[in-house]
Design a protein around this ligand. Structure first.
Ligand code: SF4
Length: 154
């Protein structure tokens, strides 16, 4: 898996102060996508063990109280990303148990593969659905268009 950006400290993508990872790779091609440079899964930088450990260290760094981790992109559930995202999510749950995990995906929950579902089974909140330009609404919180749904799962 590759990633485009990592925000060590982020107050936009999800509630509270967070760490946010924008992964590479997305097949949805939403019209009006704000992040087209992330579509190519080979773009960006390699997400390696050091990067994963950096996220764990940031979440456990009590000098800045981060509420959790946000996973966006691109699409964290792009099929080629799922194994790496699952490993990251499992490590966060194990080593940062007080933190929550939010995940944004262009897939709808009802169309997930078993592999994608295994990730969703572990995260706290999923915001699902493609970005629909006709339904875009800047007043929405944590989503770009009104067809997208915030699912509070656990
Ligand atoms: S799911 Fe997100 S990143 Fe992918 S095309 Fe749609 S808006 Fe862009």
């Amino acid at each position: 898996m590759n990633y485009h950006q990592y925000y060590q400290t982020d107050v936009i993508n999800g509630p509270g102060t967070r760490a946010t990872l924008f992964v590479s790779g997305c097949e949805h091609q939403c019209r009006g996508c704000y992040n087209q440079s992330t579509w190519n899964p080979c773009s960006g930088h390699l997400f390696d063990e050091q990067m994963q450990q950096r996220i764990i260290d940031d979440l456990n760094d009590n000098r800045i109280k981060r509420r959790g981790l946000s996973l966006s992109g691109g699409d964290p559930l792009f099929p080629a990303n799922v194994a790496a995202i699952l490993a990251l999510v499992k490590q966060v749950i194990e080593q940062c148990p007080a933190k929550d995990i939010w995940l944004w995906t262009g897939y709808r929950l009802e169309e997930l593969s078993a592999e994608q579902q295994a990730v969703v089974d572990l995260v706290n909140v999923v915001v699902d659905g493609k970005f629909e330009q006709e339904l875009a609404d800047p007043s929405l919180v944590f989503r770009g268009s009104s067809n997208q749904t915030i699912h509070y799962l656990r």
